[in-house]
Design a protein around this ligand. Structure first.
Ligand code: Q9C
Ligand code: ZN
Length: 342
């Protein structure tokens, strides 16, 4: 298996995350990739590869140009405005305000383009997001060329990033960018299977009205789990996308056998829809020890997950999303990839 990685993903190193009313050290930190890389190398899972730089074109294929410009300029505008801490929104175009015009000043643009406030923007955030999508693109190109599975050690993650919104630690939607690339190179229908603990609201939103990408997500019930305003079972797609969005909200504490039975339903839908490529949004925050999640996967269960994913029998790209119990994140990723290879 080819493993894609770029050191520049480390440039995302915010100092603050707004968590339960306090500014804490971010859960989504560079140490995450150190631990995954270390375990991947120890287990000799595959060849480590650096992708080339793909530029902005594949980003603009799924994201709004003004949004991308905002991300590119945000930190500089924030500094130029004389602000001290990291860039965090504190007002939104909420339901009773105007959301139909793009504001001029950075403090207002933050609320316009953010869907949550935990994700501070800091120096290097844009550069790391660019590297992260290049990791995803390198992985998908490798799989498109060889038919062999690839893993992209993306960071920052992507699945909460929508057409023109960031949040949930995500800026560019790496899985969506990779899926669009696969379609551009001739794939007919791509399945994005999102196993991260949190609902992939961004991926859902980007493809909601389309039938060339089947989006399926297993996640913590949004009644009680971030992102709260998306991820319910009645969100099934719109227009020609009707039936091509499938959500499986599961209660906190869901047992692994229930989760795996749900995965079987998801895989059956992928087969039924005649997808010709699989992109896995691989969050390992379903681990029992994850500090911000509530599923009960043990490290060994991740091997079974990898095996089941392989049984879909499709060219497969696995892209890193969440997973925050840093001591275990590496072994959990390795177990998925080893299980896949068996
Ligand atoms: N303060 C991903 O896993 N906050 N993002 C949750 C903890 C945001 C997770 C509550 C969680 C975002 C990619
Ligand atoms: Zn997550």
């Amino acid at each position: 298996m080819h493993i894609f990685y770029l050191d520049k993903t480390r440039l995302r190193q915010a100092r603050t995350e707004l968590h339960d009313g306090a500014l804490v050290a971010p859960f989504e930190c560079p140490e995450r990739v150190d631990l995954v890389l270390k375990q991947l190398q120890q287990a000799a899972v595959g060849e480590l590869c650096e992708p080339r730089a793909y530029g902005l074109e594949p980003v603009l294929a799924v994201h709004d140009a003004d949004y991308v410009n905002f991300l590119a300029d945000c930190w500089h505008e924030w500094v130029a405005a004389g602000h001290e801490g990291e860039a965090i929104p504190n007002i939104w175009p909420a339901r009773t305000l105007r959301g139909d015009r793009i504001p001029r000043v950075v403090s207002a643009k933050l609320g316009y383009y953010a869907l949550a406030a935990e994700t501070s923007i800091s120096e290097g955030t844009f550069e790391a997001a660019m590297a992260s999508k290049d990791v995803a693109l390198g992985a998908v190109e490798q799989t498109l060329a060889s038919g062999e599975p690839s893993f992209g050690l993306c960071r920052p993650p992507g699945h909460h990033a929508a057409f023109d919104q960031y949040g949930g630690y995500c800026f560019f939607n790496n899985a969506a960018i990779a899926a669009q690339r696969a379609l551009a190179s001739g794939k007919r229908r791509v399945a994005i299977l999102d196993v991260d603990f949190h609902h992939g609201n961004g991926t859902q939103q980007i493809f909601y009205e389309r039938d060339d990408v089947l989006f399926i997500s297993l996640h913590g019930d949004p009644e009680v789990t971030f992102p709260y305003y998306s991820g319910y079972a009645d969100e099934t797609g719109r227009g020609s996308g009707e039936g091509f969005n499938v959500n499986y909200p599961l209660p906190p504490g869901t047992a692994v056998d229930t989760w795996m039975a749900t995965l079987d339903n998801a895989l059956a839908r992928i087969t039924e829809a005649q997808c010709d490529m699989l992109i896995v949004s691989l969050g390992v925050d379903i681990f029992e020890g994850d500090p911000i999640s509530a599923f009960t996967f043990k490290s060994d269960d991740f091997s079974l997950l990898g095996q089941r994913l392989a049984q879909a029998g499709l060219p497969t790209v696995l892209l890193m999303e969440g997973g925050y119990a840093v001591d275990d994140i590496g072994i959990n990723v390795v177990n998925v990839l080893q299980g896949f290879k068996q």
